[in-house]
Design a protein around this ligand. Sequence first.
Ligand code: XIL
Length: 454
Amino acid sequence: MLNSRRARSGLLAMVATGAVLATSVALSGNADAATTLGASAAQSGRYFGAAIAAGKLGDATYTRILNTEFSAVTPENEMKWDATEPSQGRFTYTNGDRILQQGQSMGAKVRGHALLWHQQQPSWAQSLSGSALRSAAINHVTQVATHYKGKIYAWDVVNEAFADGGSGGRRDSNLQRTGNDWIEAAFRAARAADPAAKLCYNDYNTDGVNAKSTGVYNMVRDFKSRGVPIDCVGFQSHLGTSIPGDYQANLQRFADLGVDVQITELDVAQGGNQANIYASVTKACLAVSRCTGITVWGIRDSDSWRTGENPLLFDNSGNKKAAYTSVLNALNAGGTTTPTTPPTTPPGTPPSSTPPPSGAGCTAAVSLNSWDGGYVATVRVTAGSSALSGWTVSVTLPSGGAITGAWSATNSGTSGTVGFRNVDYNGNVAAGASTEFGFQGTGGGPGTATCQAS
Ligand code: XIL
């Protein structure tokens, strides 16, 4: 862990290349300027957050800055797999709950971080593989997202699954070796467990247009086209002494896919450009209407994981640095207002390869992602020659099978023959068009489904 962390820090300085885009804006005479990061970001509907550690909440300087300045929190380590499931099936939420309570007491958003990651896995998970690991991973997602159901603004469902370098492909890991569909299975399980949380993919070295970010982009585009539930992409933005010149353009191209974007772990090596780079990141987020907020990865330099790089907005004593002022000024200079988007509404579904039914009514096609002992099902509902104003789908499960969660539909019953009814936003389907819903279950899944207009 320590070695890879060191390697990461070294890498950061090398990978972040490109020109500094902008200088900070002085704001003399802006009578409406807000005086804290959170309040300034709120002027355009955004949040400004910090990663925090449960063990530091007793430090008076730390909590004073936290309570005053920030409107979102992310647990730095407390909701990771090793922290929440130290032995298989035994879940410990004490420290995660402390972060949640701190966030709630501030009226702040809480970003959940991170359900699945190749690092900071408990040792029992590191020694699993294949279907045993897949089941354990999906169970982990389900259990943790269920524990925090309704309380998390956005979850980093999967963290750092893409490889560095020019391949644009996935990183090798025990999770990846369970099958390329592990990421979508995780997102579906997270949606089933907590339909209100925005579900994010989060990574580093994806801050400009490059092979790695394009790999992520292609995955997100594919997920959106197939109805895999994804709502946001996190850009960690652990930056060195420069910022990619296409930083804003990169955020925008993801936003154009129909997901929110967030700066999730911002820190910038101290040097001549630190304040300017912070301002450039802030302005880029403000210029992208679907950039919903910025999180810095710690409060004071002494709290940073990048020991010795002084990459944060407050010095070791808790004093505001020049970088703080440049962020505050950029926030007060304003930007696009973020649209309020419903968190879980799936986008318009692409044309189906299945021909629509010839008559009125509807058809339903099931596709299953199964593993030993469980599955995630995606069901495509296609309207016939008349538009639907509501639909029900029925499936029959093999004996012993049970449904453990559904999204974009409401189920009646969990075993035997189970009915699913549309929810508010997907009952209306134009003639020949399609919509999707899904469910997760134990045992075997259904092979077919029947659809009825209602
Ligand atoms: C870091 C924490 O800050 C450290 O305390 C811990 O030792 C290692 O992990 N990318 C991520 C974060 O997604 O979870 C990492 O946090 C930093 C890199």
